[in-house]
Each structure stands twice: as structure tokens, then as C-alpha cells.
Design a protein around this ligand. Structure first.
Ligand code: GTB
Length: 212
């Protein structure tokens, strides 16, 4: 069955791979599942046809036959449950990999998004210079904890899983700030994720769209 995802017609990041379709592309590449990408403009995302797929008018969405999904974590969990390669078969490590998927978006990503918004949307506010270091410290608090847990391991829980795919994707969002480089094991962890051939193919696919 054909899989179709949606992605920005033109990503605001200019092809740095930070929009969330890259996470879905990466998961599909890891399990060697071909897919089509339908590109949508910001305007089209808010129109009824797209809102029928995604009630919040965002990308990515995922269509496979009659199944329509939105929310990146749910999409990746569906892909991982449907194909071998992204979740361990044993129940306990499988549950832990899913735990890391949730931790990435529920615990690590929120301060990272707060930081991104503070830099992007609040830079012109009179209180911005005072607030930004506070928000940066909230990111550091999470990175310190994550760094301590990862230690010298390659991946969060044994072999690479969907938990790592999502955590690496979340951490990529903060790399340009320099905060990630304060944690050499996390910087190396992200570089390991990026070096995976499946990530490279996903990155190239989204870049091809944004270089047009
Ligand atoms: N919780 C949802 C999920 O995980 O799927 C969040 C989806 C989401 O935030 N989608 C964004 C979107 O459609 C694109 S990825 N935004 C348009 C809108 O809300 O109107 C977030 C994103 C956007 C831009 C950059 N960037 O430029 O660096 C990075 C990430």
C-alpha cells in the first residue's frame, strides 16, 4: 500500500531538516519503506482538505490506505510497530524504547521549543535579553540529565530504536545554539544518528524539496 506523508512546500528552515517530516522520512528509510511526499503551503495547511487530515493544520500527516495519522510520535510508533527494525521484539526493551519516544517529546523537547521560540519570536521584546539565559538554563538542566543517563553508550537503551530516532531529532533542533556542544557525549550521539544511512537519505529528500 502506498504511504503518503505531507511536508512543507518550502520549509522555514531552508532545508536544514528541522521540520518534523524529516523524522517521519527517517523512520520510513530505516525500515526501507518507500513513500510519497505531498508538499503543502502554509495556506493550504489551514484549508479544509488538509484540516480533514490534521485538525491543527500542521505537517506532517501520514496516509496509508484508509488510515490517516497526524502527530509525529504516533506516526513513528505506527511505522515501528508495523515493520521490523525500530523497536526491539522483547517486551521489556520494547516498552523502554517507547518510553524514550515519549521522553523525547514530553520531557526534552518542551524546553528546547521554548528556547527556539524565545530566540525567534521574542528577540525584539524588552525583556528578551533577561529571559533568554533563564530559558537556556532550562535546556541545560534537561541536557545534563540526559547526558548523565547516556554516559558512554552509543544509544539510549542497547541497540538503536525509534526512541533514539526521536531523541536525536529533538536534539538537532538545539544544535545551532551551541548548547548541545556543551555535552560531548550528546553531540557525539546526535552525530551518530545523523551518520546513519537512513538519516542521510531522509535529509537529502527534504533538502531536495527545499533547494528547488
Ligand atoms: N506535535 C506535532 C507533531 O509532532 O507532529 C507538531 C507538528 C508541528 O509543529 N508542525 C509544524 C507546522 O506544521 C512543522 S514542524 N507548523 C505550521 C503551523 O503550525 O502553522 C515544526 C518546525 C517548524 C519550523 C522549523 N524551522 O524552521 O526550523 C522547525 C520545526
Amino acid at each position: 500500500m502506498t504511504i503518503t506523508i505531507t511536508a512543507f512546500e518550502r520549509s522555514p528552515d531552508g532545508g536544514r531538516g528541522l521540520a518534523r517530516d524529516t523524522r517521519v522520512r527517517w523512520a520510513l528509510e530505516e525500515v526501507a519503506r518507500p513513500y510519497d511526499a505531498r508538499l503543502v503551503s502554509f495556506r493550504a495547511m489551514k484549508e479544509p482538505a488538509h484540516l480533514a487530515l490534521h485538525p491543527f493544520g500542521q505537517i506532517p500527516t501520514y496516509e496509508e490506505g484508509d488510515l490517516v495519522l497526524f502527530e509525529t510520535g504516533a506516526i513513528i510508533l505506527h511505522i515501528a510497530e508495523d515493520h521490523a527494525g525500530l523497536l526491539p521484539a522483547d517486551p521489556d526493551p520494547r516498552a523502554r524504547a517507547i518510553m524514550w519516544m515519549f521522553a523525547s517529546v514530553n520531557t526534552v523537547e518542551p524546553p528546547i521549543l521554548e528556547y527556539a521560540n524565545a530566540k525567534l519570536l521574542e528577540a525584539d521584546k524588552p525583556w528578551s535579553a533577561e529571559r533568554l539565559p533563564i530559558v537556556a538554563d532550562r535546556v541545560r538542566a534537561r541536557l545534563t540529565q540526559l547526558s548523565a543517563r547516556l554516559g558512554g553508550a552509543d544509544w539510549l537503551d542497547g541497540t538503536f530504536s525509534a526512541g533514539d530516532l526521536m531523541m536525536v531529532s529533538v536534539l538537532l533542533r538545539i544544535r545551532a545554539s551551541g548548547l548541545l556542544d556543551e555535552y560531548s557525549n550528546l553531540a557525539a550521539y546526535v552525530a551518530r544518528g545523523e551518520a546513519r544511512p537512513a538519516y542521510q537519505r531522509a535529509f537529502a529528500a527534504q533538502l531536495a524539496v527545499n533547494r528547488r
